[in-house]
Design a protein around this ligand. Structure first.
Ligand SMILES: Nc1ncnc2c1ncn2[C@@H]1O[C@H](COP(=O)(O)OP(=O)(O)OP(=O)(O)O)[C@@H](O)[C@H]1O
Ligand SMILES: [Mg+2]
Length: 504
């Protein structure tokens, strides 16, 4: 028995009256429910708004032959269920739109009370979860876990069998291709996996290397559709980050420990890092660099969108995001400006502070307990708004503080940005620039290089150190205008965090 079958069977036996199974895979979910029905010896009855209530496996009666109340009405079907006394499981497909109706909500609460004493369970089966608060305690929510290896292999066999019967393509798969296909497919629903394979067959006439690519492309689509996560094409490795050598050394060591070999050696999988610090000093740049360095996909989680309400309920969004990320593991998950997303989860910045706190709680628990190879990089610059729970042990492996670059680091940053613009840093005197840019962030150094290039271009002559120097002198760096904030940040970081640069 799969674990969802067990959970479901236990809940039914324990007489949980109302259950909610969230999944896009209606067909597979129904198979699971039928299995449960057999094991707990209950009849299954299905309801849809188009066909009303009918026993599973029976055809719905034609309209003319129908007797009794019209159960396609959601109110009526709940009334019918409330009279039921026999061993039955009622499965209501796509009932979620009616959960907005206050009369339905009330009926369900009454129903829950009545059914507690009867051998009857109601299972809502929907691709989305939208529970009114009144029902949060009455309804037990279950996720249909994604198909495991065995189920995926079964699907592959079925497809190959079908193709073989048609006889026009080669269906013998090398074992290694089979393994990689199944591994890549982990995290897809059955339907998605079948679609990806079908696409590959249509394109190339066989299941070959391109099928793995099709499966991976299917995953990209899921991320895109989630609306909360974003695939990021990392365009810079850690070599493009100037300074921050302690952080880079730490990251290289973790990168080296991603392998199975490291697990066997007894090392835990790296969990994540929190990078706080001064604006424009390379926090986001580092986050992007990690994924490129490790050759893993980079997913960005937009916490603001989790709460925005434009895509679904925030709780459901967070669950979906977590599931999607895990399905793509191994992966680097980047949460930029985490303090902005989760600010006010304790106070009431959001209209529903309770929901915000729950969503944050879900995320915290996941951070602590996740087993998949998901390395979380979170960045923050406003530490006053950083929920203190984030700093607690067990959430991130380490918290680093990124300060304004020191002289050696500024030199490195100048070199990186000159080289990125096809200038030879050895031919430009950097000493004066390094000295004049004391208090500048990496972003401001980059700006001064760009400003210098503009000036040189306008005069139609090669770039000189002087061009950059003039831009430096004309700039009031943030660290000067926000001197107070920067010192407060340093003070906060002291003792709570590890320095990202080597001490000088
Ligand atoms: N240490 C650095 N080395 C090289 N370039 C840097 C460095 N720091 C900043 N830059 C340049 O400045 C840009 C902005 O930096 P980044 O976005 O990483 O800053 P941040 O620390 O995330 O700032 P914020 O707190 O405002 O988000 C980078 O894309 C890069 O071009
Ligand atoms: Mg940033």
């Amino acid at each position: 028995m799969s674990s969802i079958e067990e959970t479901l069977a236990d809940s039914v036996r324990a007489r949980y009256p109302l259950l909610y199974l969230v999944t896009w895979e209606e067909k597979r979910a129904l198979d699971v429910i039928r299995q449960v029905g057999r094991s707990v010896e209950k009849e299954i009855w299905l309801w849809t708004v188009t066909e009303g209530l009918r026993r599973d496996g029976r055809k719905p009666p034609v309209a003319a032959a129908r007797s009794g109340p019209d159960t396609s009405d959601p109110h009526v079907v709940l009334d019918e269920i409330s009279y039921e006394g026999a061993e039955r499981i009622f499965v209501l497909l796509d009932f979620h739109p009616y959960l907005n109706d206050p009369r339905i909500v009330r009926k369900l609460r009454d129903l829950a009370a009545v059914l507690h004493h009867r051998p009857v369970s109601v299972i809502f089966l929907s691709p989305t979860l939208k529970l009114p608060t009144e029902l949060a305690k009455e309804i037990e929510v279950l996720d249909l876990e994604l198909p495991d290896r065995q189920i995926l292999e079964g699907a592959l066999e079925r497809l190959l069998g079908g193709l073989e019967r048609r006889g026009d393509i080669d269906t013998r798969l090398p074992a290694s291709l089979r393994t990689r296909l199944i591994r890549a497919a982990q995290g897809l629903t059955l339907v998605e996996f079948e679609n990806a394979l079908a696409k590959a067959v249509v394109r190339s006439g066989k299941i070959a290397e391109s099928a793995v690519a099709a499966v991976i492309e299917e995953k990209r689509q899921i991320v895109r559709k989630s609306g909360i996560l974003e695939y990021y094409e990392p365009n810079a490795t850690l070599d493009q980050v100037g300074g921050l050598s302690a952080l880079k050394v730490w990251l290289r060591k973790r990168g080296d420990a991603l392998s199975d070999e490291a697990r066997e050696f007894g090392l835990p999988a790296p969990r994540g890092v929190l990078i706080v610090g001064v604006q424009g000093c390379g926090k986001s740049l580092t986050a992007k660099g990690i994924a490129a360095q490790w050759g893993q996909p980079l997913l960005r989680l937009d916490v603001g969108r989790v709460f925005s309400g434009t895509v679904g309920s925030s709780e459901e969004n967070m669950r979906l995001a977590i599931r999607t990320v895990e399905s793509i593991a191994p992966v680097v998950l980047w949460i930029d400006e985490i303090e902005k997303g989760f600010a006010g989860t304790a106070s009431s910045n959001y209209s529903d502070a309770g929901t915000a706190a729950r969503v944050f709680g879900t995320f915290m628990t996941w951070l602590q307990e996740k087993e998949q190879a998901v390395f979380v990089v979170a960045t923050a610059n406003d530490v006053r708004r950083l929920p203190p729970e984030l700093l607690r042990k067990g959430r991130f492996d380490e918290t680093f503080f990124v300060d304004l670059p020191n002289a050696a680091e500024r030199r490195e940053i100048f070199r990186i940005h000159l080289r990125a613009r096809k200038r030879n840093p050895d031919r430009i005197g950097l000493d004066a620039l390094v000295e004049a840019s004391d208090g500048f962030s990496g972003a401001e150094i980059e700006e001064s290089v760009i400003g210098g290039l503009f000036d040189a271009f306008q005069a139609r002559r090669p770039l000189r150190a002087d061009d950059i120097l003039q831009n430096i002198t004309a700039t009031a760096p943030l660290s000067r205008t926000m001197d107070h904030e920067v010192s407060a940040l340093r003070q906060w970081a002291h003792g709570r965090t590890r320095r990202a640069s080597d001490a000088t």
